[in-house]
Write a protein that binds this ligand. Structure first.
Ligand SMILES: NC(=O)c1ccc[n+]([C@@H]2O[C@H](COP(=O)([O-])OP(=O)(O)OC[C@H]3O[C@@H](n4cnc5c(N)ncnc54)[C@H](O)[C@@H]3O)[C@@H](O)[C@H]2O)c1
Length: 394
């Protein structure tokens, strides 16, 4: 990545690729943006232009700056015709379809064209970075750079070196992305990295409570929002993300974690996906978004709401502690990831400390006792911290 000034390639101009291209161009880089779909780059440029114009209206940047950013993004054409357009790129970030074979083929093709010191990065959410790097002749230059959607807005970027990634490449990439004004955290190459792993109970435990008839979707959303302080309730959020996308992440984490029952997907969500009820984009999900549809009212019972919120929160804190235990990231990075990547009202470790690690442990033991399921097993580190009377965030 030594070439100066650094030119950046982005392959895949869908939701993520176009956002990443805008971020890199806003940081002053010339960007080559390519996509296999006909007309996708042109559509991406129009969409970036609209976003930049909104920034100008809101006085976040001048018209001149916006024009410069757009002018820095050039069309790399369809990669099926070869990767020549990326020859001068010191960094190429791929944001193509989430398929290992497609990503491996792309990187092996790019390797033949780019300079020896060029870095190849994947924006994958759920695949193993090692599996992508393993297909390359020079795996040491392959790394995960995981942006969140929409990339120009979300501050968090998870940097994921594979076990074969050169330490110098990881350091270079962290310093580059920090320089783009993003907040980087470093995650080990494990399923879901930080955010998509630690956040699983937010959805999974809410779905369990729904399936057991403890409360309906509106009540669970109300409890998590009003009593938990989360910006959106779990069902609103799943409808917003798309049940197809959210279910695929859960299933992928479940399979990649060797079917650990903590991550078991819910049949309710699977049936929604099978029925095409993806959420907002299909106007139906847990809620009905069609015109004239009635909005269900929550049961604002504070005792019930607290029980719902405390159960889910205990599972979330346990997941964060377990991520520390398995060295997925540093405690500080786990706190940053959850507050800046998914806007949690506070870091889960600090939250657990405030509630009290022994209280969290007690809640999990009660659930495990009642259900007899391994799903509720407390993390070894949580037990240890309670025994040693040490805080979770230390
Ligand atoms: N959408 C999200 O919230 C999100 C967040 C973080 C990471 N990701 C990851 O980013 C990647 C892209 O996701 P997305 O949501 O932007 O998908 P998308 O479907 O919006 O865009 C993918 C684009 O890649 C193109 N494409 C497919 N194969 C290609 C190839 N071989 N060469 C060039 N272009 C190709 C498609 O034409 C499409 O335009 C995936 O790996 C996904 O897991 C997605």
């Amino acid at each position: 990545m030594a070439s100066k000034p650094l030119q950046v390639g982005v392959v895949g101009a869908g939701a993520m690729g176009r956002g990443i291209a805008q971020v890199a161009a806003s940081a002053g880089h010339r960007v080559v943006l390519a996509d296999a779909g006909a007309g996708v780059v042109a559509e991406a440029r129009r969409s970036i232009e609209r976003t930049l114009s909104r920034d100008v209206e809101k006085q976040r940047r001048t018209r001149e700056e916006a024009d410069l950013v757009l002018a820095r993004i050039t069309d790399g054409g369809e990669p099926s015709g070869g990767y020549e357009a990326f020859r001068e790129c010191g960094l190429v970030i791929e944001a193509v379809v989430e398929r290992l074979d497609v990503k491996q083929a792309l990187f092996t093709g790019l390797e033949k064209v780019v300079a020896k010191d060029a870095v190849l990065a994947t924006n994958t959410s759920s695949l193993s970075v090692a599996a992508i790097a393993g297909a390359c002749a020079e795996p040491g230059r392959v790394i995960g750079i995981h942006f969140f959607n929409p990339a120009p807005v979300m501050p968090l970027v998870e940097i994921v070196p594979a076990i074969v990634t050169d330490a110098a490449v990881a350091a270079q990439v962290i310093s580059l992305i920090d320089g783009w004004g993003k907040t980087t955290v470093r995650a080990t190459d494990t399923p879901g990295f930080i955010v998509n792993r630690v956040a699983r109970p937010f959805y999974g435990e809410s779905l369990r409570q729904l399936e057991e008839g403890i409360a309906d979707v509106a009540t669970i959303d109300w409890a998590m929002r009003e009593l938990g302080g989360f910006r959106m309730g779990p069902f609103e959020l799943m409808d917003f993300i798309g049940n197809d996308v959210n279910y695929a992440v859960t299933e992928s984490v479940f399979q990649s974690m060797f079917y650990d029952p903590r991550y078991t997907p819910a049949l309710t969500q699977r049936r929604l996906v099978e029925s095409g009820l993806y959420g907002r984009k299909r106007e139906r999900g847990y809620y009905d978004y069609r015109e004239g549809a009635a909005k269900p009212e929550p049961v604002k019972d504070e005792v019930l709401g607290r029980a719902i919120m405390e159960r889910t929160l205990a599972m979330l804190v346990n997941e964060a502690v377990d991520a520390v235990h398995h060295r997925i990231a540093s405690p500080a990075d786990i706190e940053t990831a959850m507050t800046r990547g998914v806007n949690y009202p506070r870091g889960l470790l600090a939250w657990g400390d405030e509630i009290g690690p022994a209280t969290i442990l007690g809640r999990l033991e009660a659930l495990q006792d009642e259900y007899g399921e391994d799903r509720y097993r407390p993390s070894v580190l949580l037990r240890r911290r309670v025994r040693e009377r040490r805080p979770l965030l230390s």
